[in-house]
Design a binder for this molecule. Structure first.
Ligand SMILES: Cc1cc2nc3c(=O)[nH]c(=O)nc-3n(C[C@H](O)[C@H](O)[C@H](O)COP(=O)(O)O)c2cc1C
Ligand SMILES: [Fe+2]
Ligand SMILES: [Fe+2]
Length: 404
């Protein structure tokens, strides 16, 4: 297989030896429309070191890429930056096949790996800030707890100034090009934001801590090499993603308002359209997302840089519609902040849905600016005018929040 799956040279002494997953579309609820990569990296120092591994079904691909540059037996060290199975799934096979002198992880990483696998060797725990001498190279570990799991750490390679960041700064994007600057910019930007919104949005305080730590370490960084998607190598790309993470962790509101809804017979959808007219007339940038057309993970991505959220559902069997339960459960866990908000929906006789959505918005701590807007059955001209005004009011509240 090593004649087919080759390592990709990053420097004479650093290779990408990961795997490309063209087919994956589901990552615990996140629609990975463009597939992904599981990145593993090989440092050819005196002590040959493998940084992370790949998801279990891709072990052969990783081994083939390694074997295309070096006999896997020659690997001395394996570093596990993150114990989640998309990066550690091939670790048992790697330990079996390579028989490394040492396997390194953070304290929490060693614990988590022990709960995932019955490994044939001990894990050597590294401490926050510890430096490991590879002979011709040095690497330093820094804990980045909860970016993405309690075990998460990043590894800095001094000579080449590469920061291996596991999930942080990554994106789900399959492709043969290894660098972000080789892809369409709009795709890279969208997938980067989508990754942050769906994986890291609720961990903002930990992102802040990690960014603060990076600032304190004051590293010269020539590359950011995450465990998913392409590597960032231009100064603009490196500064760009650090700035984006700082902006997203603050969830700074903008003049965009996302309207998320579902409808059985079209009345709630009609209300959404009229609310959108009002939002737009009120100076907001309205984005309507029907849950029969949109995926929850794209909704969350749009909300990441919004300043308002309007949420609607027809009442069905005394509650919200199932697609709304799906998106509210998912979005609630990701804890969006700093949004002006409102709820709406059409109903027949009991009309619980808009009230339940209003409660959901209030419980999230969002700035709910009006009573829930309810329309009995099919909206008439007066109802639609009320919907439009509702949109104008939410636009006003959203734009006012930008001035605070
Ligand atoms: C399967 C089903 C269950 C419903 N359950 C309720 C209900 O429990 N309470 C209520 O007020 N209306 C209920 N309705 C009435 C709808 O809320 C009403 O027809 C509304 O106008 C539909 O809005 P839509 O056109 O946006 O789907 C139900 C309708 C359907 C089709
Ligand atoms: Fe992860
Ligand atoms: Fe991951």
């Amino acid at each position: 297989m090593k004649d087919t799956f080759k390592a990709v040279k990053i420097f004479d002494d650093v290779y990408w030896v990961g795997a490309i997953d063209w087919d994956v579309r589901q990552f615990h609820g996140y629609l990975t429309s463009r597939g992904t990569t599981y990145n593993a990296f090989l440092i050819l120092a005196d002590k040959i070191t493998l940084i992370d591994t790949v998801k279990a079904p891709f072990a052969d691909e990783m081994f083939a890429r390694i074997a295309s540059v070096v006999d896997p037996d020659k690997i001395d060290y394996i570093v596990s930056n993150h114990a989640e199975m998309d990066h550690s799934g091939s670790l048992p096979a790697a330990i079996e096949g390579i028989k490394p002198e040492k396997v390194f992880a953070s304290k929490m990483g060693a614990k988590a790996l022990g709960r995932h696998f019955d490994l044939p060797c001990d894990i050597t725990v590294v401490s926050d800030g510890e430096t490991l001498d590879l002979g011709s190279e040095k690497i330093t570990f820094a804990e980045t707890k909860m970016c993405h799991w309690p075990d998460s750490m990043i590894t800095y390679q001094h000579g080449r100034q590469i920061l291996f960041t596991q999930d942080a700064f990554g994106m789900h994007l399959a492709g043969f090009e290894r660098y972000a600057d080789e892809y369409d910019r709009a795709i890279v930007d969208y997938e980067t934001a989508k990754y942050y919104a769906n994986i890291l949005m609720h961990l903002a305080s930990f992102i802040d801590k990690a960014l603060e730590k990076l600032g304190t370490l004051n590293l010269d960084i020539s590359m950011i090499a995450p465990d998913h998607g392409p590597i960032r190598r231009t100064g603009e790309d490196i500064a760009g993603i650090i700035n984006s993470y700082a902006k997203w962790s603050a969830q700074e509101p903008t003049g965009k308002v996302v309207v998320v809804y579902d409808s059985m017979w079209g009345s709630t959808a009609r209300m959404a359209g009229a609310i959108g007219e009002g939002l737009s007339a009120g100076g907001a940038k309205a984005k309507l997302m029907s849950m029969s057309a949109c995926h929850r993970s794209d909704v969350v991505t749009e909300i990441l840089d919004a300043g308002g959220l309007v949420i609607g559902s027809a009442t069905m069997n005394n509650d919200i519609q199932p697609a709304m339960a799906d998106v509210t459960t998912y979005l609630g866990g990701l804890k969006p902040r700093n949004l002006a908000a409102g709820a709406f929906g059409s109903y027949g006789w009991s009309g619980e849905a808009p009230k339940n959505l209003q409660k959901w918005l209030t419980d999230l701590g969002l700035n709910v600016i009006a009573d829930p807007l309810r329309v009995n059955y099919v909206p008439d001209a007066d109802d639609l005018a009320k919907c439009r005004q509702f949109g104008v009011d939410i636009a006003k509240a959203t734009l006012a929040s930008l001035e605070d």
